[in-house]
Structure formats: C-alpha cells, structure tokens
Design a protein around this ligand. Structure first.
Ligand code: CP
Ligand code: NVA
Length: 309
C-alpha cells in the first residue's frame, strides 16, 4: 500500500504517471464526463488547520469520482481532546477507503500512516504541501509546454519551498530560491534534494537576495510570509522580509513571458503586489482549479497501487 506524504517517496516516473492521469481526468471533468473510478469509496478529511481550497477540492473530487467525503475537524474529533493519533488511525481507517490529513508536524502524518489500513494523503503539514506542488507543476506544463523552465521561488523557506525542492530534484528541473537570511529551507530537506539532484540532473540554487534569483525566470512563485501556526512571528517577519515583495519592478527582471504562481491565500502588499497578482490571475486561478484534477488523479493512482499490492 502507498501513502502520499511527501514527493520524497516517489520516483520521477511515478510523479509523471500521476500527472498524465490528472491531464486525462481533467479532460473528462471538463466534458462533465465524471467516471466513477472510486465508486462508493469514502474519503475522511481530517483538518487541524483552516482551509478553503484543500477542503473544497478534495470533497468535490471524491464526489466526482463516485465516492463521498467526510469532513472531520480536529476541534470536533476526540483527537482534539487527546485521543492518540494511532488510535484514531486504527478506528477511522477501518471505516473509510482513503484519509487526507492537514496537520502541523510531518511526524503526525507518518504516525497516522503507520497505523492506517488505507492510503493516507498529506493535505499540508509544516514541512510539505505535496498535493499543492503537483497542481503547480500541472499548471506550469500547461503554460510552458515542452520547455525546461527556470522556477524562481521568492520568500519564506517553508512547506511550499520544500515541496518545490522535492519536485524539482526528482524531475531534474531548475529552481532558484531566494529567502532572507535565517529563513532558508530546512537543512535536511536541502540535503535530500541535493542527493536526488545528483541522479536527476536538477539544479537548485540558493540566494539571499530576490534580484539574483528572479533573473530570467520562466516561472515566478511565492507564498505567504506567515504560515499557519506562525502568527506570533508576524511582527519580526514583516521587518525581515523587506524587499521580498514580488512587485512590478522585481517581476520585470524575469523573462518577458514569465508566469506567476501562488498557492493562495495571497496577502497583497506583503509577498505580492496587487498589480502583479491581478495581472497574473489567470494562471493563479488555473493553479487553484488544478488542485481538483491532480488530487483526483492521486487518489485514483493510490487506489490502483493499493489493489495491485
Ligand atoms: N493552497 C491551499 O492549500 O489552500 P487552503 O489553505 O485554502 O486549503
Ligand atoms: N505556507 C502556507 C501555505 C498555505 C496553503 C501555510 O502553511 O500556511
């Protein structure tokens, strides 16, 4: 049985297989040809943090696949009153077919997966947001077709950065990362990415200035400076991220036909200017919609793999 907790666990071929499946399912969905690949299955969706896109896309996705989504907020679950994760995993996974979890520590997901009888999907942790980056990659190839684009990530070294690093390292792509000093990506994740890059030919470069990183980029991306759970760091971070807003001036250093991606929610006037956001809203909202298509593909792929052993 396979879980989807981080892209670390998947080969290049497997990632591309899921993307191919997403392209097929997207076509079918656009034609309102909803094929019941997961007929009568139930997806439990456990949320320990807020969400708009993840909840809507997973719930609609499983419905379109012929199954049913079960929204479970940790505020209402016994989990929120101290029932151990492993017991919750043993109970819930006896009754449903797939589980999606949005939580804080990556270890929480791993613990749940260890005791689960069914595939577990990471719907965001402090360390990774792999379903988001799969949607970002699908969007990128829709806009950039055959090229091997240079992606520039400007901002906080966080779950989104780590997921880009894993994707790029596995697929052999090019990524520039600019973070202020002290906000660099996690060292273990960097070491893993370097290890994979040796085999895939990926090139990941680190900068402490956005101007160097964004130069000639084909894809520019950023994320909130204050991730969920970091609210207390806001005041300090606003000072430390000065000069990191992706505004017209900064964006003009990227390639002329560069696209802009943002996982959302976006905070205009902080990580991105209103002007850049609105000019690139087409690709940003395609990216948001692609969450639906890519996650349907991931669920179907995991289902097949679980049945084939
Ligand atoms: N991008 C993303 O995961 O959005 P939500 O927090 O709204 O789910
Ligand atoms: N880095 C952000 C992503 C939100 C989708 C967070 O973790 O809050």
């Amino acid at each position: 049985m396979r879980h989807f907790l981080t892209l670390k666990d998947f080969s290049k071929d497997e990632i591309l297989e899921m993307i191919e499946l997403a392209i097929k399912i997207k076509k079918e969905t656009k034609n309102r040809n909803f094929k019941p690949y997961l007929k009568d299955q139930t997806l439990a969706m456990i949320f320990e943090k807020s969400s708009t896109r993840t909840r809507v896309s997973f719930e609609v996705g499983i419905h379109q696949l012929g199954g049913k989504g079960l929204f479970l907020s940790s505020k209402d679950l016994q989990l929120g009153r101290g029932e151990p994760m492993k017991d919750s995993a043993r109970v819930i996974s006896r009754m449903v077919d797939k589980v999606m979890i949005r939580t804080y520590a990556q270890e929480t997901l791993e613990e749940f997966a260890k005791y689960s009888k069914v595939p577990v999907i990471n719907g965001l942790s402090d360390m990774f947001h792999p379903v988001q980056i799969m949607a970002d990659y699908l969007t990128m190839i829709e806009y950039k077709k055959d090229k091997n684009p240079l992606v520039a990530y400007i901002g906080d070294g966080n779950n989104i950065t780590h997921s880009w690093m894993m994707l790029v390292a596995k697929l052999g792509l090019n990524l520039n990362i600019a973070t202020p000093k002290g906000y660099e990506p996690n060292e273990e994740v960097s070491a893993k990415a370097d290890e994979f890059a040796k085999y895939s030919g990926a090139k990941i470069s680190y900068f402490n200035h956005p101007i160097e990183a964004i130069k000639d980029a084909d894809v520019v991306t950023t994320d909130t400076w204050i991730s969920m759970g970091q609210e207390d760091e806001k005041e300090q971070k606003l000072k430390d991220f000065k000069g990191y807003m992706v505004d017209k001036k900064l964006f003009s250093l990227a390639k002329k036909d560069a696209i802009f991606l943002h996982c959302l929610p976006a905070y205009r006037g902080y990580e991105v200017s209103e002007e850049v956001f609105e000019e690139h809203q087409e690709e940003i909202f395609d990216e948001a919609e692609n969450r639906l298509h890519v996650q349907k593909a991931i669920m179907v792929w995991l289902d097949k793999r679980s049945k084939n052993g």
